[in-house]
Design a protein. Structure first.
Length: 335
């Protein structure tokens, strides 16, 4: 019974966040405060505590590569499938159709269902996934659609969003091309190195391979912060939650959901039949593949498209679907 109560409680927090926003206890943009808290405090603390309290075998790093592959695989597929859609719809689908919400969503759900040992698998999968959601998917979307990351999409191409992708502007002389390459490399490095969760994973991997042990009091200090990750993350999802204004937005959100389901099924089948791990580990990976859209997707959708509302709706819908799917998987898949 407790395996069901905890997921239901987490879903209830989502609806509390939404209800508080509707009652104007939270403002429309207050979710950004929780975003900073989650990305910079609670999620990094949860990652560190997971590494320090559970043994991490370096052989499990193959799960990180699988997480990276699962995160990157959908983007070029979605780019091809949406080739006849306007550029803003293509960007939204690509940003929200790939990547997984592991640390903010799966960590608390899996801990309640499978125990704290499952966080080892979750952390390993999220190391690869974090490369995608923290910067990789955003950068790939920008490059494929020729979007300038420094300006909102509405200000590019004279606001003409009827094209399927923006025209590519190539520097004409050698110096301009060299500066453009350097700017791209700096932008990529900045995207990764300014992501606190990504930097935390990187640090913990270095410590794991070098055998460096952190003092025991680190867990005592960070555990209360890490324990707050589930609550803060679910509350943030609720604060992001909103409903579409018209049929076009409904269709846009349903397109994201419809694309994520077959990918989840595909990755789950590959996990169960091809990955060389024991049944409990494969079961945990399958549940990770059912995760909702990444919280980073709302950040990038807001920054590039000014469409955090629709990204938040997709996150909320896929979170509810993910919770149901993970609960069913917990009872139906043998471990």
């Amino acid at each position: 019974m407790s395996g069901l109560i905890h997921p239901i409680a987490l879903l209830a927090i989502v609806f509390v966040g939404y209800g508080f926003k509707r009652a104007h206890i939270f403002g429309e943009k207050d979710y950004r405060i929780l975003q900073r808290i989650v990305f910079n405090l609670t999620l990094p603390a949860a990652i560190i505590v997971s590494f320090l309290t559970n043994p991490h075998d370096p052989k499990l790093l193959w799960i990180s590569l699988f997480g990276l592959a699962c995160g990157l695989f959908p983007t070029p597929i979605l780019y091809f499938l949406s080739r006849h859609k306007p550029v803003n719809e293509r960007a939204f689908l690509m940003l929200n159709g790939a990547g997984f919400n592991i640390g903010n969503f799966c960590f608390p759900v899996m801990q309640s269902m499978l125990g704290s040992a499952s966080l080892v698998t979750g952390a390993m999968f999220d190391m690869g996934n974090c490369v995608v959601v923290a910067a990789g998917n955003n950068l790939l979307t920008q490059r494929l659609l020729h979007i300038d990351p420094d300006r909102p999409l509405s200000e590019q191409n004279h606001g003409d969003m009827t094209v399927t992708r923006l025209p590519r502007i190539k520097p004409k002389d050698r110096d301009a091309r060299r500066l453009a390459r350097h700017a791209t490399i700096r932008g990529i490095a900045k995207s990764f190195l300014t992501s606190v969760p990504f930097d935390t994973y990187l640090l913990m991997i270095v410590l794991m391979f070098t055998g460096v042990k952190l003092p025991g009091f680190v867990v005592d200090v960070l555990s209360p912060v890490g324990d707050a990750n589930g609550f803060c993350s679910m509350l943030m999802v609720g604060m992001l939650m909103d409903f579409p204004n018209d049929r076009r937005e409904v269709a846009q959100a349903l397109r994201v959901v419809a694309c994520r389901i077959p990918f989840a099924v595909l990755f789950g089948l590959v996990t169960w039949f091809l990955l060389p791990y024991d049944a409990p580990t494969r079961k945990a990976i399958i549940m990770l593949c059912m995760a909702p859209t990444a919280v980073f997707a709302t950040l990038f959708s807001d920054r590039v498209l000014g469409n955090a509302k629709m990204a938040g709706f997709c996150l909320s819908v896929t979170a509810v679907m993910g919770m149901v799917a993970m609960t069913a998987a917990n009872y139906l898949i043998p471990a």
